[in-house]
Design a protein around this ligand. Structure first.
Ligand SMILES: [Ca+2]
Ligand SMILES: [Ca+2]
Length: 218
């Protein structure tokens, strides 16, 4: 391919990525809230500035998480791909997403797979980091374009019956409001800030929050 065409392709890909507000090539776990002893579902997402035709990564779940590897499923965007999950021990799993047809998934912020599990009943309230490591993201030329730093998410275990305690410190206060306000108006992937679970962060969530304001969580 002529150098100019290669450059134009790269420029177009990076422009398209910027148009979606995407920068860098990495994976992240969508932060989710859970209660001790209960099930949770979240998503691993891929952010990239160019199309990706395969990936491999390790995920280490925090202590107290039982990951349901059989329930892990690729999103429809990855329909041409196959998924392989294997346990490495110490609550660490290796994930392969690959295809032999040369299919790629376009640049942007795209959900890769749904992940789910349960929290043990004695896990402490607070944020428990989900660590993604050894990430390989292969572009159309089979080059690994994964970059540090990886953005990592958490499973936030709420104080029981207290979803508005967003920082899980045992009380609903102004620190929690500072977590909610930046996401006010969010319409997708709002995560645990979406208190009433209707998919957006809006007036309903703010009302729920204000009702719970200044309460201690048991
Ligand atoms: Ca709090
Ligand atoms: Ca909401």
């Amino acid at each position: 391919m002529p150098l100019f065409a290669t450059w134009l392709l790269a420029w177009t890909a990076s422009w398209a990525a910027q148009a979606q507000g995407v920068e860098g090539n990495y994976l992240h776990f969508e932060t989710v809230t859970a209660s001790a002893g209960e099930a949770w579902t979240s998503e691993i997402r891929r952010v990239s500035e160019e199309p990706i035709k395969g990936m491999q990564f390790d995920v280490t779940w925090p202590e107290g998480v039982a990951f349901d590897m059989d329930a892990m499923a690729l999103n429809p965007e990855w329909g041409a791909f196959q998924l392989s999950v294997s346990a490495l021990g110490d609550n660490m799993y290796r994930v392969l997403v690959f295809n032999f047809a040369g299919a790629t998934v376009p640049e942007g912020d795209v959900g890769v797979a749904q992940v789910s599990g349960t929290m043990s009943s004695d896990v402490a309230a607070g944020a428990h980091a989900v660590v993604l490591s050894e990430v390989i993201l292969s572009n159309g030329d089979n080059e690994n374009v994964a970059e540090d730093p990886l953005e990592e998410g958490s499973i936030v275990v709420t104080s029981s019956g207290c979803p508005a305690d967003l920082n899980a410190d045992g009380a609903v206060g102004s620190a929690d409001l500072l977590l909610l306000l930046p996401l006010f108006g969010c319409t997708e992937n709002c995560g645990y800030i979406d208190l009433n679970g209707d998919g957006v962060v809006g007036v309903g969530d703010l009302l729920d929050f204000l009702l719970a304001f200044d309460t201690l969580c048991g």
